[in-house]
Design a protein around this ligand. Structure first.
Ligand SMILES: Cc1cc2nc3c(=O)[nH]c(=O)nc-3n(C[C@H](O)[C@H](O)[C@H](O)COP(=O)(O)OP(=O)(O)OC[C@H]3O[C@@H](n4cnc5c(N)ncnc54)[C@H](O)[C@@H]3O)c2cc1C
Length: 103
């Protein structure tokens, strides 16, 4: 007998496939795993743990998906100061700490 649909969860690329222009596909999968492990450890109720995990990850992965999409045309064109400005504007991506974010 199959479990109800609500018990299925998608992770990693199956949950949030993205264009490669921030090189974040695997990074998001690793963050997913860290936050999922913390959620399961923090809540006795598995459904609650999965819901909190999903809520936390949805916002961040959606932002990375949109930023990767936005960079489609920029990826190989920037040089000098513009390249440095772009790097500074993506600190929110590369500075994220899945081991200490709120859950
Ligand atoms: C060329 C390239 C460069 C990349 N560079 C980066 C990078 O620099 N940084 C970064 O963060 N991400 C990068 N990525 C993205 C990253 O590889 C993916 O986001 C990541 O691997 C997704 O992990 P996943 O576990 O969701 O899927 P996958 O790694 O694709 O794992 C899914 C696994 O399931 C198996 N599978 C599929 N169907 C079945 C089945 N029916 N039964 C059993 N097994 C099955 C597959 O064989 C596979 O082993 C890159 C991707 C590519 C293609």
């Amino acid at each position: 007998m199959r479990p109800p649909a609500s018990r299925y969860r998608r992770f990693d690329d199956a949950a949030h496939p993205m264009l490669p222009f921030m090189a974040q596909g695997s990074a998001m999968a690793i963050e997913d795993a860290a936050v999922l492990a913390r959620s399961i450890g923090a809540f006795d109720d598995l459904e609650l743990a999965l819901s909190r995990y999903q809520a936390v990850r949805r916002e961040r992965t959606a932002r990375v998906i949109l930023q990767s999409r936005a960079q489609t045309n920029l990826y190989q064109r920037l040089t000098g100061d513009k390249k440095r400005q772009r790097a500074a504007s993506t600190e929110w991506v590369y500075g994220f700490d899945a081991t200490s974010c709120a859950i």
